[in-house]
Write a protein that binds this ligand. Structure first.
Ligand SMILES: *Cc1c(COP(=O)(O)O)cnc(C)c1O
Length: 454
């Protein structure tokens, strides 16, 4: 029999994260203070984050050791499997080889635990007793709730209203792990109350939920801190355990990847999966194609502008240079809630700007079609976010078929879709809308942003 799963022993799990900042062709543009427009220092972030995470955010060390208690927690579900999608290959009748790294095996169902565990661990060391955060579809809130529970911290989650209504089981799961959940906009913060006064039916956005969580942390000092599930440099780095494992597994499969694919919301699963391979491009001149896939409803890479913007709606976070749709962006209610963010990680934005990665945007219905085709071949029900990557993996495999090419395609399956079945139901009933974010809206939103040259 031919091999289908490429597994690592627990003692083969990487012992350090990879920090791509050490290998970037150009240093990242500085992060700016929202008030002064000048570069921020570590002390400006100390209200929100513990020192260790701030140091990781700016570190230029190539590898940072994973603390032993974090590795012990990783052992709950890591190393995760690399699986050859033989049945999908057959269904597509493609000469291409398709592999996927499956992050849905984590107890919370997605890659997000890879960073919630170390974030809570470093907070615990620094004396934090309570963390606040936002969540879109609910995966991040779930991952943080579980990690907080393990290390004995309280957790308060501001959940984007549309997902709170669309995905009630995610809220039950967060509460099961001990998290306290409110719908955002909420009455618990000034930012939430201001939005509700303006529009009592506001469906919310990640940007607004971030404003609420940041305000909550800033007004409950000194023991409450804030935690972000994507976008920041340290989050990207924690996720590199995905790509580091994948490299070892592809070695066992004795193949070299031609195309790597990941979906992008804030960019963390894509980053974690691809950064170790991007090092091979930067340092060793490898020619691997690396493709980020986003929804047409939130096309920050393919249609957004590369400029300084706030991470949130209330303009309270530092200014980051990134591909953005403008922080006032209220996204269409696509089911891939984790991809409905206005911006993109600074590092992913810089890599795109420098031509080291490609990006493409896909419509919701074609994404669900790919998810269904994948589930029927491989059995795993993918999260709608992950199905963005599957859509492009299938399209690339079909191109290989048309051209008779035996390429090796590897994608990251960031999470399972067991809590997204209502989306699949809507798809089967034929009333799933497609959305195209209008270009004139982007121009308008970005026109109002502060002009900073860096
Ligand atoms: C949160 C999430 C995403 C999007 O976030 P990134 O930071 O871009 O990875 C993608 N897939 C799943 C399953 C998620 O939970």
């Amino acid at each position: 029999m031919e091999r289908t799963k490429f597994l690592l022993e627990e003692n083969e799990m990487p012992k350090a994260w990879y920090n791509i900042q050490a290998d970037l062709p150009k240093p990242l543009p500085p992060v700016m203070h929202p008030g002064t427009g000048q570069p921020i220092g570590p002390q400006d972030l100390a209200v929100l984050f513990p020192l260790e995470l701030i140091m990781q955010e700016v570190s230029q060390e190539r590898y940072i050791e994973i603390p032993e208690p974090v590795r012990e927690m990783y052992q709950l579900y890591r190393p995760s499997p690399l699986i050859r999608a033989r049945r999908l290959e057959k269904a597509l009748d493609t000469p291409a080889q398709i592999y996927f790294k499956y992050e849905g095996v984590s107890p919370v169902g997605s890659h997000k635990l890879n960073t919630s565990i170390p974030q809570v661990f470093y907070n615990k060391l620094a004396g934090t007793t309570r963390l606040t955060t936002e969540t879109g579809a609910g995966q991040w809130g779930t991952a943080l709730s579980f990690a907080c529970n393990v290390f004995g911290l309280e957790c308060k989650v501001y959940m984007v209203r549309v997902s709170y209504d669309q995905k009630p089981y995610r809220r039950y799961l967060m509460e099961l792990y001990g998290g306290a959940v409110v719908a955002s906009p909420s009455n618990d913060t000034n930012a939430g109350r201001a939005m509700l006064a303006q529009d009592p039916n506001c469906t919310g956005s990640l940007g607004l939920a971030i404003s609420e969580a940041v305000e909550d942390a800033a007004t409950h000092q000194p023991y409450t801190k804030y935690s972000l599930g994507s976008v920041l440099n340290h989050v990207m780095m924690h996720q590199t355990i995905i790509g580091l494992e994948t490299q070892k597994q592809l070695e066992k499969a004795q193949v070299e990847p031609d195309i790597l694919i990941g979906c992008v919301g804030g960019g963390s699963n894509f980053a974690g999966f691809s950064f170790p391979f991007i090092r091979e491009k930067i340092v060793n001149g490898k020619q691997t194609r690396i493709i980020a896939v986003e929804p047409t409803a939130a096309p920050s890479l393919t249609k957004g502008v590369y400029t300084y913007d706030f991470g949130d709606t209330a303009k309270s976070t530092p200014l980051i240079k990134m591909h953005t749709l403008g922080s006032a962006f209220i996204p269409a209610p696509i089911h891939a809630g984790g991809l409905r963010y206005h911006g993109m990680a600074s590092i992913v934005s810089a890599l795109y700007d420098q031509g080291l990665i490609e990006a493409t945007a896909v419509q919701q219905n074609t994404v669900f079609a790919a998810g269904v085709q994948f589930a029927r071949a491989e059995g795993i029900v993918p999260a709608p976010e992950s199905s963005h990557a599957i859509r492009v993996a299938i399209d690339e495999a079909l191109q290989c078929k048309a051209r008779g090419e035996k390429k090796v395609i590897v994608f990251n399956l960031s999470g399972h879709g067991h809590f997204d079945l209502a989306g699949y139901d809507q798809y089967f009933r034929g009333n799933l809308p497609d959305y195209e974010y209008p270009a004139d809206e982007i121009a308008k939103a970005v026109a109002g942003l502060p002009k900073i040259d860096a």
